[in-house]
Design a binder for this molecule. Structure first.
Ligand SMILES: O=P(O)(O)OC[C@H]1O[C@](O)(CO)[C@@H](O)[C@@H]1O
Ligand SMILES: [Fe+2]
Length: 189
């Protein structure tokens, strides 16, 4: 039998960079239709800021193996809504995932296929267990990059479809200087 080699490396805890990882950049233009306030979206699109970067060490899509990735989610808002990752179910919906907060301040929105949402605040050292079947999106509620590690089965895959279409049933906004998790007025059952 041919064994894969173990991997040991140091994540840069200040920048979130994983040496040798594949880098993915998502700009505001990659998130068309995701934010509630279209006017604010179009205005900010003139600058088309980077919303988040992902540094991933990925294996083949085989049962039993694991991927890991850091995400650097930049601070910012579209209207009242804080910057977030697209969010997804797993293509293999029963695959779970672990997140670990490294730097900055934010949280995770999780949601069942029926639309029951949960908000978990995150900071450095927070561990979040994403159970099978729950969609997940991270949100930066602070004013510095929010950096975290995700560890997930390499055959989990991403299913962006229904989140792209319907969003989450909750949104995370700033109102009167406070972070609020409120019902998404555009949410449809
Ligand atoms: O795939 P999205 O929803 O854009 O979010 C990116 C993050 O989610 C992951 O896909 C893990 O769930 C990572 O690759 C990355 O940390
Ligand atoms: Fe995931």
């Amino acid at each position: 039998m041919e064994y894969k080699r173990p991997i040991g490396l140091d994540i840069d805890l200040e920048t979130g960079v994983i040496p040798g990882a594949k880098k993915l950049v998502r700009r505001l233009s990659d998130l068309k239709g995701y934010f509630l306030d279209e006017e604010a979206y179009n205005e900010l699109l003139k600058e088309d800021p980077v919303v988040y970067e992902v540094y991933a060490i990925e294996q083949e899509e085989k049962e039993g193996d694991l991927n890991f990735a850091t995400t650097v989610l930049y601070p910012g808002k579209v209207g009242k809504e804080f910057f977030f990752t697209k969010g997804h179910f797993h293509a293999k919906a029963d695959r779970a995932e672990i997140y670990y907060g490294i730097k900055g301040k934010g949280g995770m929105l999780l949601q069942t296929p029926e639309g029951e949402a949960e908000w978990i605040p995150m900071g450095p050292g927070t561990v979040v267990y994403v159970p099978p079947y729950w969609a997940h999106r991270t949100v930066n509620t602070g004013n510095e990059p929010f950096i975290f590690l995700a560890i997930y089965p390499s055959d989990a895959g991403h299913d962006y479809g229904s989140i792209k279409e319907k969003g989450f049933s909750k949104i995370v906004i700033e109102e009167d200087g406070e972070v609020k998790v409120v019902d998404n007025p555009r949410w449809k059952e």
